[in-house]
Design a protein around this ligand. Structure first.
Ligand SMILES: Cc1cc2nc3c(=O)[nH]c(=O)nc-3n(C[C@H](O)[C@H](O)[C@H](O)COP(=O)(O)OP(=O)(O)OC[C@H]3O[C@@H](n4cnc5c(N)ncnc54)[C@H](O)[C@@H]3O)c2cc1C
Ligand SMILES: NC(=O)c1ccc[n+]([C@@H]2O[C@H](COP(=O)([O-])OP(=O)(O)OC[C@H]3O[C@@H](n4cnc5c(N)ncnc54)[C@H](O)[C@@H]3O)[C@@H](O)[C@H]2O)c1
Length: 443
């Protein structure tokens, strides 16, 4: 049998890698991680963690506005201080994650990794061999192919702004567009969101999305729908975003038109790993088209949402595979998702659209939460949820729009994943008063 430098070598050090790589090495496997940038990848450094720190005063500002009168005085966000706070919170994360990998004896190879063959990766001109290779290279921001696209910025640049520009124009209507429009508006910017389709956040329950849009509009955010942006040009007074019948004067443009898989210049074509515009093609064991090469995390072409919890689940699954603990296909659990707008929209399981299309299989229960005493404690102004039950009255889906939507959906996950019936529901005792207790009481 050939002797390799490593049992497993990962390209990329994000959640698609490190949640599995560290325990795998701790089980005695020889593991290496190749990283060309910050350890930990997008989520800690340029995604979830960075974003949620910046969002914290935004959510608090909403809360204070809702209890205005009980709490008196004006509230403003000092963006420069918020930025500094974000830096303090996340700056240590790469070292922390590197510490986890080091303490499990994972070798970290800094540099760009490229495939040479199905057992070899080149890093800094040096070839390293491994029995198995995992490609976990994530996504990068899309750039519109229009004149002046270099005048636009991406989410990472937004999250490094030391001052919030007076006028921000956002192109797109997905997660990043809606979350960052919310932050910019709360921080005092005049915000315009341009969507090329009619709908924002297509995967979410549209009545709830419209509630969030109306709320943003009531705060002065302008939504321009169904327009293709054709150019960004420098004007006498900042920038101008142009489209058919569209001329928007602005100071700063966020291109939030999606993120594309990092598949270029990796040696995929040369080695024969199949991929398409959505990412690397894998089978139900996360194996690529080439033996001994696997893929994990956002870079995979998959129907599951490209989120941190999905990447963690995949890297953990691969850890069990490489440790010889399973030969089973990957069996994804219910994967929740949330948009951190203000209020949030969260969901898990069967969608409302799917349930409404199959009335023989599902019962849809809509709840207006404005009557819930616990929501009135914080004087929440927007609160609705929809619960979906199967024919045995077991919870199979839920979505909520409210300030606490992520906590409600998290609280309901065990009922969905483990298909709890009345006996199990009765055994679940939650602290009272709490949002989990209120959510569970609806079942
Ligand atoms: C602005 C933003 C906000 C987000 N917010 C959330 C959120 O709130 N909740 C949530 O669940 N998800 C969120 N996400 C998504 C989340 O960040 C990703 O799902 C997660 O980071 C995927 O992990 P990954 O390991 O697959 O990829 P990544 O974390 O992107 O890691 C890939 C790594 O590979 C490295 N790499 C690439 N090519 C090479 C190469 N050839 N050689 C060496 N290294 C290479 C990169 O430098 C990078 O470090 C957000 C994303 C963004 C952009
Ligand atoms: N809360 C979270 O979990 C969270 C937050 C931010 C990002 N993310 C992840 O980051 C990734 C990227 O998010 P995103 O918001 O960039 O992508 P997205 O796919 O959610 O949204 C892209 C948006 O751009 C629009 N668009 C595409 N082409 C366009 C064009 N030519 N002109 C105008 N609009 C166009 C689409 O209609 C869509 O509204 C996703 O994988 C997402 O899961 C997650």
């Amino acid at each position: 049998m050939a002797a390799y430098d490593y049992d497993v070598l990962y390209i990329g050090s994000g959640h698609g890698t490190f949640d599995g790589a560290a325990p795998l090495a701790a089980k005695g496997k020889k593991v290496a991680v190749v990283e060309q940038d910050l350890i930990g990848g997008t989520c800690p450094n340029r995604g979830c963690n960075a974003k949620i720190v910046l969002d914290s005063p935004v959510a608090l500002k909403r809360h204070l506005e809702e209890v205005h009168g009980i709490i008196t005085g004006d509230v403003d966000i000092n963006w420069a201080a918020n930025q500094e706070h974000k830096h303090e919170v996340i700056a240590g994360l790469p070292d922390f994650i590197q510490g986890l990998l080091d303490s499990s004896n994972v070798d970290i190879l800094f540099g760009r990794g490229t495939l040479v063959d199905n057992h070899t990766v080149k890093v800094n001109g040096e070839e390293k061999t491994a029995e198995n290779i995992v490609i976990s290279t994530g996504l990068q921001s899309n750039r519109l192919d229009i004149p002046g696209s270099d005048l636009a910025h991406d989410s990472e640049e937004f999250m490094n702004l030391s001052e919030m520009p007076a006028r921000v124009t956002v192109i797109g209507a997905g997660y990043i567009a809606m979350e960052f429009a919310t932050m910019a508006s709360a921080a005092g910017s005049e915000v315009t969101v341009i969507t090329h389709g009619d709908q924002a956040l297509r995967a979410y329950h549209q009545p709830y999305v419209e509630l969030v849009i109306s709320d943003l509009e009531s705060k002065g955010v302008k939504f321009v729908r169904g327009v293709e942006v054709e150019a960004i040009v420098g004007g006498a007074n900042g920038l101008v975003v142009r489209g058919a019948d569209l001329n928007i004067d602005t100071d700063w443009v966020l291109d939030a038109t999606g993120r594309n898989p990092n598949v270029a210049d990796l040696g995929l074509e040369e080695v024969g790993v199949k991929f398409n515009e959505n990412g690397i093609e894998v089978d139900d064991h996360l194996r690529t088209s080439v033996e001994n090469i696997y893929a994990s995390g956002d870079v995979i072409d998959k129907k599951e949402p490209k989120l941190t919890p999905t990447a963690i689940f995949e890297s953990t699954y691969l850890m069990h595979t490489f440790a010889g603990e399973t030969t089973d296909a990957i069996d994804y659990p219910v994967i929740p998702s949330v948009v951190f707008t203000s209020p949030r929209i969260a969901k898990a399981g069967i969608t409302v659209a799917e349930a409404q299309a199959n009335p023989d299989k599902y019962t849809v229960v809509e709840n207006d939460l404005s009557g819930d005493w616990y929501r009135q404690v914080d004087k929440e102004t927007i609160g609705k949820n929809t619960l979906i039950f199967d024919q045995d009255h077991k919870l199979v889906g839920a979505t909520e729009v409210s300030n606490k939507a992520e906590d409600v959906i998290n609280a309901l996950l065990p009922a969905m994943e483990f298909k709890f019936g009345p006996a199990e529901l009765e055994r679940m005792v939650y602290l009272f008063p709490s949002i989990a207790s209120q959510a569970w009481g609806q079942l």
